[in-house]
Design a protein. Structure first.
Length: 600
């Protein structure tokens, strides 16, 4: 399976072609100065680097040059139809696009809407998608988002301390970026340390022209330095990183327009603004070595901010197993790694100076441990490969995590893991949030017309509480609470297995919202596992509405689920719902598929 990964910027197109059976890079390159005279196409294939002047007045023209090269004498494709899938890096997916997905018109609309948070990146990313769709109509196009890896940040990490309505009504919150890089670092660290990712605590540092730090606990991002936009956090090449928000207000009062302030903070600050030399760290290190005081200060500010974030995230994790460095600075600057780790002996960090100076991650299998012998905390330098991570995500979306999608003649059924959630009535919504309160959409779920709300409620049972439980809208006639058996035991309730809406004889509990509480007399269930499907799906599987079927899980934890209720409706999307207990037992996620195994 050949996958092309494209990263379209405002003036450039970067690409890599992979043979995914082996993850071999068949070709790669960059088209520079797109939209301007003097465009250059630089590429590497078969161990040779070359370049040529081209005409690229538009993204489509630049992409056409890339594709013609790939099928040319020095290319790696015989025909373009060999490309089965194309992966597109997209900077911002907001709250609605929280995992890689096949590009549809609806997906493109969300990407357009998220341009308010990434006005330089998202429009360029979308232009690349639309050009590639027009030129490669036979391929499946998949968008992979920088923000998606951080989609499970807890609310205390993503909510800003501003009026909460700004989040509810406008989505103003922290999102995080550099997701494929942090995800790749975590995967490589797990492999190198021979420890399952679920058991690792990592502080990953992506340090380049853009820079960010991430706290990863059990494979999940629990905090990250970039925020609503890539401006927040570390000092970067031209971005300021963290500043007092009043700085922008003061600049405005001094007569600067919003556009001018944007230029100052995003294009004229950071290492460039501090040093007055360059945004390139290599130039700044050279100037500092020659005695340039501003260059020295730029390095000191950069390292101070970096060390501060490492220490903060170590505290959040309760002590990391490893600190990981990558990116142009993280991989190549021994002095930055040394300075960032100084003073961290209290958390078990100590470098081997000789290993650190000699480190060459790209020439040493991709990972080098530069920690001192027997140091409790590893310090890894990893040659990041965001494009490879994107290609892996594309393969997972198009082929599925198991081969069931292509092996089983009856077809595959996508999984939707149903976490604990609440469906509210109008009256109970009013009691919890205030009279007439309208719930706000965070992101849609699989079934049309339903969505996860930004608002949450707390569940209070006889033995315990569950905080910030999701609300699924729209409102219903009667409030219903769906929990797993593990949740029910923790709360001290004993709900029956029921289909949605069948609440006779079910127990209740208390809901708590910002404006009040509701004591439910009934409504708590453990949902029966079920499959939504359209009539054409039902005909394909040979089933009818209300049938009970079996499904087979293949892979590392093969098993068969029985008692799966079929629900058929013209409006449904094919999807099987399991709760978290069932999904964890079978090793299933929202990227998984199962196969139909017959009527029960």
């Amino acid at each position: 399976m050949k996958i092309l990964v494209i990263n379209v910027g405002s003036t450039s197109i970067k690409y890599h072609l992979y043979e995914m059976d082996t993850e071999e890079v068949l070709a790669g390159g960059t088209v520079e100065r797109v939209g301007s005279p003097g465009s250059q196409h630089r590429w590497r294939a078969n161990g040779r680097a070359s370049q040529a002047a081209i005409e690229a007045p538009s993204v489509r023209a630049g992409l056409d040059a890339v594709l013609q090269h790939l099928i040319g004498p020095e290319g790696s494709l015989k025909v373009l139809s060999e490309l089965k899938a194309v992966g597109h890096r997209v900077v911002h997916g907001g709250e609605k696009l929280v995992r890689p997905c096949v590009v549809t018109e609806e997906v493109k609309e969300v990407i357009r809407a998220c341009a308010k948070f990434a006005p330089i990146h998202n429009p360029a990313n979308l232009a690349g998608i639309e050009a590639a769709q027009a030129m490669l109509p036979q391929a499946t196009h998949v968008a992979v988002f920088d923000t998606a890896f951080h989609a499970e940040l807890p609310p205390h990490a993503y909510v800003y301390a501003v009026p909460y309505e700004l989040y509810l009504e406008r989505g103003l919150r922290r999102y995080g970026f550099h997701g494929p890089s942090h995800q790749y670092m975590a995967a490589m660290a797990s492999e190198y340390l021979k420890t399952d990712l679920s058991r690792l605590k990592l502080v990953t540092c992506h340090l380049g022209g853009g820079a960010s730090v991430c706290a990863i606990d059990g494979g999940r991002s629990v905090d990250t330095s970039m925020g609503m936009t890539p401006l927040e956090g570390l000092v970067m090449g031209t971005r300021s990183g963290d500043v007092d928000p009043a700085l922008a207000i003061v600049l405005g009062r001094l007569g600067n327009s919003a556009e001018e302030i944007d230029q100052v903070l995003n294009r004229r600050s950071g290492l460039l603004g501090l040093s007055g030399v360059s945004a390139d760290f290599r130039d700044i290190e050279k100037a500092a070595a020659e005695g340039n005081d501003r260059a020295k200060l730029a390095i000191e500010v950069f390292v101070h901010r970096l060390r501060k974030y490492i220490g903060a995230y170590a505290a959040i994790l309760g002590g990391p197993d490893a600190i990981v460095f990558t990116g142009g600075i993280g991989e190549n600057s021994a002095s930055v790694r040394q300075a960032a780790c100084e003073g961290l002996m209290y958390m078990g960090v100590a470098l081997d100076a000789a290993k650190n100076r000699a480190c060459d991650a790209r020439g040493s299998g991709g990972v080098v441990d530069v920690a001192a012998p027997r140091a409790p905390t590893k310090v890894l330098v990893i040659a990041t490969d965001e494009e490879r991570m994107i290609a892996r995500e594309v393969a997972r979306v198009t082929a599925g995590p198991t081969a069931a999608r292509v092996r089983v003649t009856g077809g595959a059924i996508p999984i939707g893991v149903s976490v604990r959630h609440v469906h509210l009535s109008r009256a109970d919504c009013d009691s919890l949030f205030g009279p007439g309160y309208e719930l706000t959409e965070r992101r849609p779920i699989t079934q049309p017309g339903q969505y996860v709300c930004r608002e949450t409620v707390d569940l209070i049972g006889p033995k315990g509480e569950l905080a910030r439980v999701a609300i699924i809208a729209p409102l219903r006639k009667e409030t219903q609470v769906e929990v797993s058996r593990t949740d029910a035991i923790a709360q001290g309730v004993n709900p029956p297995l029921r289909e949605s809406g069948k609440l006779e004889g079910t127990p209740g509990l208390t809901l708590r919202g910002p404006k009040g509480t509701v004591a439910l007399q009934r409504g708590v269930i453990v949902a029966l596992r079920h499959v939504h499907m359209r009539p054409d799906d039902a005909r394909r599987f040979g089933v009818q509405d209300r049938n009970v079927i079996r499904v087979r899980v293949e892979g590392d934890r093969e098993m068969v689920f029985g008692d799966v209720v079929v629900r058929v409706d013209e409006q449904f999307v094919l999807d099987m719902h399991l709760d978290t207990d069932e999904a964890n037992a079978a090793g299933l996620t929202n990227d998984s598929v199962v196969s139909y195994d017959g009527l029960q």
